[in-house]
Design a protein around this ligand. Structure first.
Ligand SMILES: O=C(O)CCC(=O)C(=O)O
Ligand SMILES: [Fe+2]
Length: 220
């Protein structure tokens, strides 16, 4: 079990909000509650054992492809079909509301997938929001392994907004269980280094209302 390190006043919302406003990303070790971490890890292990996770693609629907030269992961979408997933959705919803309240982002809906990186898995540098679609605004990544050593690889590398392809990354985040990353999907480049062991995570995205012709889709 990983004890959350003390943060100034333990004001996690304040820290995340300030980080997102200042630099566009935030790393919060031990932010996911332990009970949720354990339940989600059990679920991702079971799903993976049942081979429910399909190789992940890149790009939007019509451009969907499985390209192992860019990404090697297995994913399955969350659908609120278990207690653990529903508890995770409720937890994510508290963050959606907090981010909207403090940053006025207008985050509207959330989608997330379980992601298993096998040994040798990786994800090359990318942005989470696809060109031409203002769909994903804030990315959320939650790490589900129990323990993790730097020597296990699989670190998340983060670049600042606008960094060129050959610019050095500014953070190397070790995916310790319960650690959480939030970042602006449209502007923060990031990559997953080759992992030397099975790496469990949830990757999720908050999106704005996908209104067409200026007419917002009502909340059902
Ligand atoms: O697992 C991670 O650390 C990041 C995953 C990621 O970048 C993605 O799924 O878009
Ligand atoms: Fe990403």
């Amino acid at each position: 079990m990983i004890a959350p390190p003390p943060l100034p006043g333990d004001n996690r919302i304040g820290c995340v909000v300030d980080d997102l406003a200042d630099k566009g990303w935030s790393w919060q070790p031990g932010l996911l509650p332990d009970t949720l971490l354990r339940a989600l890890r059990e679920e991702i292990e079971t799903l993976d054992a049942e081979a429910a996770l399909a190789p992940a693609g890149i790009g939007r629907d019509d451009a969907f492809q499985v390209d192992r030269s860019i990404r090697k992961t297995r994913i399955t979408w969350l659908d609120d079909s278990s207690d653990a997933q529903r508890a995770f959705s409720a937890w994510a919803e508290t963050w959606r509301q907090a981010l909207n309240r403090h940053l006025m982002l207008g985050l509207f809906e959330f989608e997330a997938c379980f992601a298993v990186y096998p040994e040798g898995g990786f994800y090359d540098r990318h942005l989470d929001s696809f060109e031409g679609a203002r769909n994903r605004i804030v990315s959320l990544v939650v790490y589900l392994n129990d323990t993790w050593d730097a020597a296990d690889g699989g670190a998340l590398l983060v670049w600042p907004e606008g960094a060129s392809e050959d610019a050095p990354h500014v953070a190397t985040l070790v995916p310790e269980g319960g650690g959480v990353v939030m970042m602006l999907s449209e502007t923060i480049p990031h990559a997953v280094q080759r992992t030397e062991r099975l790496r469990y995570a949830i990757a999720g995205w908050w999106r704005v209302n996908p209104a067409t012709d200026g007419i917002p889709i009502p909340i059902s």
